[in-house]
Design a protein around this ligand. Structure first.
Ligand SMILES: Cc1cc2nc3c(=O)[nH]c(=O)nc-3n(C[C@H](O)[C@H](O)[C@H](O)COP(=O)(O)O)c2cc1C
Ligand code: SF4
Length: 559
């Protein structure tokens, strides 16, 4: 994001004084069709306009404001916040018909994204194809990755992208997945039926979940059973949100589960909503996963038709390219049709979340495990851990290993075990030198600490954390300083700009690193103020890579 500081950004320049255009109004009314003109539908409406027109024309935004009875500024501030919206001012040309987004986050950079971007830019006709850099698109195991329109492209090459563009093959490719019929054949939704018919009680299911040790797998690791009890303790009406934003660079496990077995998560969500007493579920899915969005759309409609959502409906909401919307209160703002600005706490969303109601929010993978935990028993899940840790974890492993991908491993596994036992060792010609234990925000550790158990809290002493369990393996081909710069550029871009320590701190760290100015005293000062004075986890953890590089790779040796 960080668009608040870009005062000269043409996307937010001077919307004032435009006359309402009757033709534009009629066009917008037609494009919106029967869509409700409610505030929380603003982002869906912006998608509708952009999908139809290829961009957001200023005259349409003015008309949209009138349709939604909002100030023009409110529409512009939302449209200009999200990376995936393109505002075209009166008299300006719309962007090229096709946008190719090439991921330039860490794993893709390590796999040659810079060269790819340079090459594709020389090959395409810029009047027909626009090439833009994209923050992580969650395909790190197939780096370098890109999106050609809505087509996800693995191991992207300039020639391959050009061929797709020329052939017009830019729609999502839906993977082979277990659909509703197949899931039901395997006993799917029987547990939900048993819950609804009174064979189980909410208290019993919550107790099972607590006994299993299941923790939130979106990054924070909060005990799930306890969360259900807390939300349930607040007065109804309550709501539920599902966090499918998966924007942490290096993380792709949620996508993988949804691409194979979406109903396992959906059934888990319906059971959670029943146990906690939530009236409605809002599923927030990132726009970088077009195939997942499409298959969820299909499968939720099938669930509706089969009557599974009569008690609790599921509403699919499409993100618009903003990492910060993975932070739960920012996600809630986004579902409400606003900019994704994290809220101050308290109140926590458990008490006052979506539309001011007590809200249960979960990561996709957390919900994915609910059915298995109830049916196989809490001990089955708890017993999967090693070295005293409970449960299993889905590690998204990428970088310099032979077989990157989602690795289902016990909580407490080590990075060395992941490399050797799950990923077929290091790639030929690469010597293991370090790793990211938890995506962009979890810090960096040297190879000498590869035998530490990986789980929530185990890396605190090193100033690192496992977060969403995105492990990126580095080798002697990777410069830790360049790695830290790549990660800080990501945070600079994605900071919502709301608080100064985060907004300015990320900018200053990036400028210093770009100039090769690794001044430990100043960097530590910045790190401290960002940690102490930022509203949300983005600003509080953004300087972790810098601190790790200072501690483990530049100044001190680890004994
Ligand atoms: C900057 C930031 C980004 C986040 N991104 C995600 C995300 O993409 N997906 C997710 O599930 N949780 C994300 N979280 C964590 C959520 O705020 C929240 O803890 C989580 O969705 C709770 O679900 P769980 O208990 O099932 O983990 C993020 C947190 C922060 C601070
Ligand atoms: S720390 Fe502050 S500026 Fe940074 S993303 Fe969070 S709320 Fe926005």
């Amino acid at each position: 994001m960080n668009k608040q500081v870009k005062k000269t950004d043409p996307k937010i320049a001077k919307p004032k004084g435009r006359m309402l255009d009757a033709v534009a109004m009629a066009e917008v009314e037609t494009m919106l069709g029967s869509m409700p003109r409610r505030r929380d539908m603003v982002i869906e409406a912006l998608h509708r306009l952009q999908d139809r027109q290829g961009a957001l024309h200023a005259r349409h935004l003015k008309a949209l404001a009138t349709c939604f009875r909002l100030a023009e500024a409110e529409i512009f501030e939302v449209a200009s916040f999200y990376h995936h919206f393109d505002i075209v001012k009166d008299g300006e040309n719309a962007p090229a018909a096709l946008t190719i987004r090439v991921c330039d986050s860490l794993s893709c950079m390590m796999a040659g994204a810079e060269e790819l971007i340079g090459k594709i830019e020389t090959l395409v006709d810029p009047s027909a194809v626009r090439v833009v850099r994209a923050p992580c698109i969650g395909r790190c195991a197939q780096a370098p990755a890109a999106l050609a329109g809505r087509r996800e492209v693995d191991h992207a090459t300039a020639e391959g992208l050009l061929a797709l563009a020329q052939a017009g093959e830019t729609s999502p490719q839906i993977p082979a997945y277990r659909d509703l019929d197949a899931y039901r054949t395997d006993g799917g939704y029987q547990l939900l039926a048993d819950c609804l018919s009174g064979k189980h009680t909410p208290e019993e299911i919550i107790a099972l979940l607590s006994d299993s040790g299941l923790r939130g797998l979106g990054g924070a690791g909060f005990p799930s059973g306890r969360k259900w009890s807390i939300v349930r303790s607040y007065p109804a009406p309550r709501l539920m949100t599902i966090n499918g934003d998966e924007g942490e660079p290096g993380t792709f496990k949620d996508r993988s589960y949804l691409e194979h077995d979406p109903h396992r998560m959906l059934e888990g969500a319906l059971i959670a909503a029943w146990a906690v007493g939530c009236d409605r579920i809002y599923l927030y899915m990132r726009d970088e996963y077009p195939a997942v969005l499409q298959l969820l759309h299909t499968e939720i409609a099938r669930l509706d038709a089969a009557g599974f959502t009569q008690q609790v409906g599921i509403e699919l909401r499409r993100g618009a390219g903003a990492y910060i919307c993975g932070e739960e209160s920012a996600m809630i703002e986004s579902i409400e049709g606003k900019r994704g600005l994290p809220r101050h706490r308290p109140p926590y969303i458990a008490e006052q979340g979506l539309f001011g109601r007590p809200t249960l929010n979960h990561n996709i993978e957390t919900l994915f495990w609910v059915r298995d935990i109830v049916q196989k028993g809490p001990q089955w899940f708890a017993a999967q851990g090693v070295r005293g840790h409970k449960g299993m974890r889905s590690f998204s492993v990428s970088g310099r290993v032979n077989n990157p991908g989602v690795k289902l491993a016990p909580a407490g596994v080590t990075a060395r075990e992941l490399i050797e036992d799950y990923c077929g060792g290091m790639r030929e010609g690469h010597r293991f030198t370090g790793y990211l234990p938890g995506g962009a925000s979890g810090g960096l550790l040297p190879a000498s600490l590869a035998d530490e158990p990986l789980d929530f809290g185990t890396l605190d002493q090193y100033g690192c954390f496992v977060g969403s369990h995105a492990v990126v393996i580095l080798s002697d081909h990777d410069d830790p300083k360049a790695v830290a710069l790549n990660l800080l550029r990501f945070f600079e871009l994605e900071s919502c700009g709301q608080c100064t320590p985060c907004r300015s701190g990320t900018q200053m760290l990036v400028r210093m690193m770009e100039q090769g100015d690794w001044n430990p005293a100043l960097m530590r000062d910045l790190d401290q103020v960002m940690r102490d004075a930022s509203i949300c986890g983005l600003g509080q953890a953004a300087s972790n890579p810098v601190r790790s590089v200072l501690r483990f790779f530049l100044e001190e040796t680890v004994s």
